[in-house]
Design a protein around this ligand. Structure first.
Ligand SMILES: [Zn+2]
Length: 96
């Protein structure tokens, strides 16, 4: 990500621990030291935890190993945001 203040791409990410113990990645601009934003975590769709269905609570990686047929079915039948992640993992074209 580039800095919205100076346009520089020389940024630095530091880990910040919140009071509740969760960890977040904060991105700073090095040259102007402005705060750029939070870096989204769990970017790897394989780490996404299925929120619904019979594999509720499992990561997509785990479902990929356990029940490939379900993942194929899910890639056509679940809500779009989930289908996008599944299609990404399976190297399918992104769903619309
Ligand atoms: Zn900057």
């Amino acid at each position: 990500m580039s800095c919205r203040f100076c346009g520089n791409t020389n940024t630095e990410v530091t880990e910040v621990e919140f009071k509740d113990g969760s960890k977040h990645l904060k991105e700073f601009c090095n040259p102007c030291s402005k705060w750029i934003g939070w870096v989204p975590q769990n970017k790897d769709p394989r780490e996404f935890v299925m929120p619904i269905g019979k594999h509720n609570g499992k990561t997509l990686q785990k479902i990929l190993e356990d029940d490939f047929d379900y993942l194929l079915w899910a890639s056509e039948n679940l809500p779009l945001n989930i289908r996008k992640k599944i299609c990404n993992i399976l190297n399918f074209p992104p769903p619309t």
